[in-house]
Design a protein around this ligand. Structure first.
Ligand code: ATP
Ligand code: MG
Length: 465
């Protein structure tokens, strides 16, 4: 018999029940009942909700019903009717059940009781089947889609920057090497060093820490571009906000100065958060109820308020005069830590904050230098609970200023000839920023640990799956 194409649970729950025949396929979340009736809750990943299947044991083989346990995969065909029970609008009165794959209840790791996040990380291959991770992954998808929609609607060009890079200007010390040399017996130069000339690319290569430099090349031809891809940092920091492999969105815009850059960053994150509020309502309601009662209020707060904009110097003054005790005391010139950033956002202003004009000695060589000779036009967007969610700057487009900073930071001009060429041929003011995609997902879902907002986290000493 040919079965009608199956319908997603999300669509079924929204359909008007008129006894029509429907087929659903998915994974059993729970089965309960008695000799007269069995209730099976099915989830297929299309929504956080399950559809209830009602089966009369008289109509089904006893062995079949027995094998329908939590985690099993089944097909059900039946009539879609109004549900008599509370909690769901419709249910399916089963006429046929097919077991695709059984799931041994004695060994299936996901039971009805709540599991700890740590335990679920150890079974990252199965955790998408939980309510929490299903919701995280749907929100993640919605945010990725919204990123592309935002830029596409505004005429930005999606530029694919390389994952393997020969430039290490930005990431000295925290890059992952890419090589095909025999690690046990690498070729050596006469001086005894490893001879990367014999490596696959004929040179040292690494996984990229950022697509920015190549992004700038694109902006100098296409005007407005963005990248959205994986980036890699071998930073050995085991924090709830750092991954070794994470996704970054990096727009780069010709003719934008720092003001326009801030405007875009603010508009962009507000758009993404509004998109989540509008399109992920069920999942956000779940997070709000289960994890973080202030989540939806916090999301609305971001959408509804103008971000505070102030200089690093003014922020340091607020932090120094706050009367708070800090793990890392601050004075002008020091890098701000998450504790300071969160104080500004959560306690002092109670709004997102964009800081600008950082001391040049704590920022990268490519940031536009201010007249004062002390500060550069960097900008960080700081969010509640997260701290830094975006880092960006107006770029230094003046060749002499740029090479001066490179010399100070011991970056060889020969290695960066292609980057410097954009300053030699038709340079113009331009700006860009990087949004850490997982930091955004942390914020939107209210989850506490960045390992729980990416399907398969890569962190120090962890690359299972
Ligand atoms: P942090 O101070 O938090 O380490 P950063 O200054 O190193 O951040 P940038 O180099 O400016 O960050 O990168 C741009 C954005 O990428 C950051 O604003 C953040 O959202 C994100 N990001 C940076 N490092 C990581 C990481 N290890 N894991 C996840 N996201 C990251
Ligand atoms: Mg960092």
């Amino acid at each position: 018999m040919i079965h009608p194409a199956h319908i997603k649970v999300k669509a079924l729950l929204a359909a008007s029940p008129a006894g029509q025949e429907v087929t659903v396929k998915g994974w059993v979340r729970t089965k309960r009942g008695n000799k007269q009736v069995a209730f099976i809750a099915i989830n297929d990943g299309s929504t956080i909700n399950t559809i209830q299947v009602v089966a009369n044991p008289e109509n089904f083989d006893e062995e079949l019903l027995k094998s329908i346990t939590t985690g099993a995969c089944i097909r059900v065909t039946g009539k879609l009717v109004e549900s008599l029970g509370s909690g769901q609008p419709v249910e399916i009165q089963a006429t046929e059940i097919e077991l695709y794959g059984a799931s041994d209840p004695n060994t299936y790791p996901l039971q009805k009781k709540g599991h700890s996040m740590e335990f679920l990380r150890d079974i990252a291959h199965l955790r998408p089947r939980t309510n929490t991770f299903g919701a995280v992954l749907r929100v993640r998808h919605a945010m990725a889609f919204a990123v592309h929609k935002y830029f596409n609607d505004r005429g930005f060009c999606y530029l694919h920057t390389p994952v393997i890079t020969g430039s290490d200007a930005e990431g000295a010390g925290e890059m992952f090497r890419v090589t095909t040399l025999d690690m046990n017996n690498p070729p050596r130069t006469p001086e005894g060093k490893i001879d990367f000339n014999q490596d696959f690319f004929g040179r040292e290569t690494n996984l990229t820490v950022s697509g920015q430099l190549e992004g700038e090349l694109g902006a100098m031809a296409l005007g407005d571009i963005y990248t959205f891809g994986p980036t890699f940092r071998a930073e050995n920091s085991n924090t709830p906000r750092h991954l070794a492999e994470f996704w970054m969105i990096e727009p780069e815009m010709a003719f934008y100065e720092i003001k326009e850059n801030m405007d875009l960053a603010e508009d962009f994150v507000k758009y993404l958060v509004s998109y989540a509020l509008e399109n992920c309502a069920d999942d956000l309601a779940f997070f709000n109820q289960m994890y973080d009662k202030e989540l939806i209020d916090r999301l609305k707060m971001v959408v509804e308020n103008d971000f505070i904009r102030m200089t690093y110097t003014d922020a340091v003054e607020i932090i120094v005069n706050s009367g708070q005790k800090w793990e890392f005391p601050v004075s002008w010139g020091s890098d701000l830590q998450a504790e300071h950033e969160r104080y500004l956002v959560e306690k002092h202003f109670k709004k997102p904050v964009i800081l600008t004009n950082y001391p040049k000695k704590i920022k990268a060589f490519y940031m536009f230098q201010n007249e004062d000779d002390l500060t550069v036009r960097g900008m960080d967007v700081l969010f509640p609970k997260i701290g830094e969610i975006i880092g960006g700057s107006q770029r230094e487009h003046r060749l002499d200023k740029l090479t001066e900073r490179m010399a100070e930071q011991h970056i060889a001009e020969e290695d960066m000839w292609w980057y410097l060429d954009t300053r030699r041929f038709g340079a113009c003011p331009h700006s860009g920023f990087g949004l850490g995609f997982e930091r955004l997902i942390l914020f939107v879902t209210g989850m506490g640990n960045i390992r729980d907002v990416i399907p398969f986290p890569r962190t120090p000493r962890n690359a299972e799956f």
